[in-house]
Design a protein around this ligand. Structure first.
Ligand code: SF4
Ligand code: SF4
Length: 255
């Protein structure tokens, strides 16, 4: 059986190689990868949240040992393309959403295959999982997993801000071995949460879904995303907006 260091190397190298060899229209910056223990108590807390239950790693693998989270940060040009324009979402941003979802699936398949070859079971989670249009929550939140894996912290815009910013997409998978190390001490990456001096995302939201008090109107946001998707049916299924992810924390920590 490979040791934790070798398993991590397999995962990191596979993700990097697949990003570099994508061959579509979308370009990404260097991916980030984090690891969490499947026994982390924050998974249990998530699973018992009221109203919208969240799965446990053990729901996918009975002997789950760890959870891998990865972030695929969009290239600067994609972020720039979505700045301004009112509620209109750029074609580049919508395309990046569709292609990144496809890449997340590809990463899941390839990493699981590589790990299987060294005797490890891995279950990849789909880029867009069981999304409940009633509660507007997923049974498995890649963003919540990313926070547990130490990749970033939530900003006022409810996105996760990593050391490479928030403009991009997350994926995750469950492994039957524990390769997590002690979680990194989380550093606050939202400038408003750190110093109270930024609400750029609130200003950027074209429909007022984000409020200065930090509250978030999911229904207004989802309505904007669904409306935006109508312009990109030829690109794929792209209910996205991301205007709030083009501000000071788009490409790096806001704080
Ligand atoms: S734009 Fe400013 S307030 Fe909003 S999440 Fe980013 S750093 Fe925080
Ligand atoms: S994704 Fe768009 S609608 Fe939703 S909060 Fe961000 S800016 Fe507002």
């Amino acid at each position: 059986m490979a040791d934790a260091g070798e398993i991590r190397e397999v995962i990191l190298n596979t993700v990097d190689a697949l990003v570099l060899n994508w061959g579509g229209a979308t370009q990404w910056r260097k991916p980030l990868v984090g690891f969490a223990s499947a026994q982390d108590s924050r998974f249990t807390r998530l699973a018992s949240r009221p109203g919208s239950p969240h799965a446990l790693p053990q729901d996918f693998l009975a002997h789950a040992g760890s959870v891998v989270s990865f972030f695929l940060p969009f290239d600067e040009g994609i972020v720039a393309s979505n700045v301004g324009g009112g509620a209109g979402v750029s074609r580049e941003w919508a395309t990046a959403y569709v292609e990144t979802n496809a890449l997340i699936s590809r990463i899941g398949e390839h990493v699981a295959e590589r790990l299987h070859g060294i005797g490890i079971e891995a279950v990849a989670q789909p880029a867009v999982g069981d999304f409940d249009e009633e509660s507007l929550a997923c049974i498995w939140s890649h963003k919540s997993v990313a926070v547990i894996a130490g990749l970033g912290t939530r900003g006022v815009h409810n996105m996760v801000i990593t050391d490479s910013g928030c403009a991009g997409r997350f994926g995750s998978m469950v492994l039957d071995v524990d390769i997590a190390t002690d979680p990194a001490i989380q550093r606050e990456r939202c400038k408003h949460n750190a110093t109270g001096t930024c609400l750029a995302c609130v200003e950027l939201c074209p429909v007022g879904a984000l409020k200065p008090d930090g509250s978030f109107d999911r229904r207004l946001c989802w309505a904007q995303c669904r409306e935006a998707a109508k312009a990109f049916t030829a690109v794929g299924i792209a209910p996205v907006c991301g205007k709030c992810a083009t501000g000071p924390c788009a490409m790096g920590p806001g704080a």
